[in-house]
Write a protein that binds this ligand. Structure first.
Ligand code: COS
Length: 400
């Protein structure tokens, strides 16, 4: 077993950390007060080669590993989870296309967005007011009309919605088939695509989420990704991959909480010594450090499995749920170690607490992650009497 990153991944990791120190950490607190999309910082991340890493070379991208993407998300998440979300959002928007689109489609719709001087954005449009966890409950419709599809519906909570030029839209082409009737389309910003309500969030205020409304939006039939009805599976396969990215941001937050708390505990004196010398605090630091390390290992393992083409649903669900719970707990503990100073905006840890909460909610709540992981574990379960795997269809299979 080798925990070393490849030379290329090590370079990306160092570049992303350096970028975070220079452009994210010093500005995050100030910029979040504006509650705006941090366009300048994201433009710099684009110029530094920290975006769109997984897009294949044939479509103008660098064709790097999913692990490389998670390294960028961990490093930028350490500086600010909101900015990390803004920077990594193209990964989510493009993932369904990398899974289901042809190289010709990628060249037409994705390449122009990732090869110009100015950063351009995609937005992943799955969620609706009535279809969050229950994806198949969506009501957005796409109806074939000759050589076009006409799309109608309202998506919500769409990250980078207001700045996107390409929307990856999940819509039902055959509602009576429920999940089997969902299809996915690439929709350029065109007539009928409107931005609705912009959310005013508690945390991650350096990222933007909005409604995106599709009103009689006409797209050519070649905007369909894969076949009609492939949408649900493509969505699930996408989330299997991208949840490692959320876990990576969470790992960054969890580690930042450890480092801030440790620094404070070393300089804050009570009863004649640094508070970190008291067991009550040092034991908290030990648990926080262990959570951050475990989150990192689960996250990198999930990304590595995806890069090997191995099944990854369970591992990315483990990583997302564990790492975001770790980020939340570490942020709460950091606030506790800071005492009163933790609860005021002049110190960095209250922001970690606000930012971490969203990590437990978006890209599938942690309850959904446990559902995905629980189902996978049952599927893999072993019959303890025979030592055989119990298969879903009821037949036993030899233990491998
Ligand atoms: N990869 C490939 N196929 C998958 C899959 C995966 N990871 N997960 C499920 N499928 C397939 C199933 O095999 C099944 O196929 P068949 O119809 O051919 O049998 C089909 O998809 C339906 O699966 P299932 O019955 O498990 O669907 P559910 O409606 O029960 O939904 C959950 C499953 C809840 C896991 C799913 O809807 C989900 O992940 N929800 C959360 C969505 C989310 O993360 N939203 C946040 C917004 S994104 S920013």
């Amino acid at each position: 077993m080798d925990f070393k990153l490849s030379e290329q991944e090590q370079k990306i990791w160092e570049r992303a950390q350096e970028f975070t120190r220079e452009y994210i950490t010093p500005k995050a607190h100030e910029l979040e007060k504006r509650n705006e999309f941090p366009k300048d910082v994201v433009q710099k991340a684009y110029e530094a080669g920290l975006m769109n890493l997984h897009v294949p070379k044939e479509a103008g991208g660098p064709g790097l590993s999913l692990l490389a993407e998670t390294l960028v998300s961990e490093a930028t998440g350490y500086g600010c989870a909101g900015m990390a979300t803004s920077i990594m959002c193209n990964n989510l928007a493009f993932a369904p296309l990398l899974i289901g689109a042809t190289i010709e489609q990628l060249k037409t719709y994705v390449e122009p967005l990732i090869t110009g001087k100015e950063v351009k954005f995609g937005a992943f449009c799955l969620t609706e007011r009535g279809a969050g966890s229950d994806v198949s409950g969506m009501t957005t419709r796409a109806i074939r009309d000759g050589d076009e599809y006409i799309i109608n519906g309202t998506k919500c909570w769409i990250t980078n919605g207001p700045v996107a030029s390409l929307f990856t839209v999940f819509a039902s082409t055959q509602p009576e088939l429920k999940h089997k009737g969902i299809s996915v389309f690439m929709v350029p910003k065109t007539k009928g695509v409107k931005i609705g309500h912009i959310e005013n969030k508690v945390g991650q205020r350096n990222s933007v989420q909005s409604e995106v409304i599709f009103e009689d939006v006409r797209v050519p039939k070649d905007c369909l990704v894969g076949k009609e009805g492939d949408g649900f599976k493509i969505a699930m396969m996408t989330l299997d991959k991208t949840r490692a990215g959320i876990a990576a941001i969470a790992t960054g937050v969890a580690q930042r909480a450890v480092d801030e708390a440790a620094r404070f505990a070393s300089i804050r004196h009570q009863f004649g010594k640094p508070v970190g010398r008291f067991q009550g605090i040092s034991f908290m630091l030990a648990d926080m450090g262990a959570r951050a390390s475990a989150a990192r290992l689960l996250t990198r393992y999930a990304a590595w499995r995806a890069d090997q083409g191995m099944p990854v649903s369970k591992d990315s669900a483990f990583a997302k749920a564990f790492a975001s719970d770790a980020a939340m707990q570490n942020a709460i503990d950091a606030v506790q170690i800071f005492g009163g100073y933790g609860y005021i905006q002049e110190y960095p840890v209250e922001k970690l607490m606000r930012d971490a909460k969203l990590l437990q909610i978006y890209e599938g709540t942690n309850q959904i992650q446990r559902m995905v992981a629980g189902r996978a574990i049952l599927k893999e379960s072993v019959n303890l009497d025979t030592g055989f795997h119990v298969k879903y269809d009821g037949r036993d299979a030899p233990l491998i």
